[in-house]
Write a new protein. Sequence first.
Length: 219
Amino acid sequence: MSKGSASPADGGFGSAGAIRQRNVAKILKAAEAVFSKDGFSGASTAEIARRADVPKANLHYYFRTKQDLYSAVLVEIVESWLDALEDIEEDSDPAAALAEYIARKMKAAQSSAQPSRLWAIEIIGGGRHVQPFLKGRLRKLVEEKGAIVQKWIDQGKISDIDPRHLFFMIWAMTQTYADFGAQMTAVLGKRTLDDEAFADATQTATRLILRGLGLKSPL
């Protein structure tokens, strides 16, 4: 294919970059739904292509194998969680920064429960499809933000804890409301986890984390 020509998957001439971005977004959304329903083994790229309303050949133009597509879906899910982590900076107020991080993670649990459960299933199964991501970007970011938390500790701003385990605890406390929502609704006597339930959960998680760090909760 000559330089500057459009590939068949891009649907002809035009803004190939925009078309690619749109097609990839459609495919990832459809794949998330199919993988969440059928799991990796039960999902088919034919069904994903049908849901995305693209030819199967186009799907494989962007994602060579089902494994590639599955890994991309999983990374897409967790990237939004990492975006929230990026807001923790050295000059941030620890209480405000951590409270905001917890709130954003809880909002993600409420708005994206199905993707969170898909991620949990993958990790419970050993995370073999996302090992490069776990050992690469995720580990690097936790080390980077953990170093900031350690500086807060050294400056006497928060109690002395292992920063990595602090992040583990926040992930566990927030994602459980997506991954085990059926358990919570049964105990709370609700049909769904509504805004009130998530507001209570956010307040409780924030108070527990911040008080454990010797900080005053803003909630």
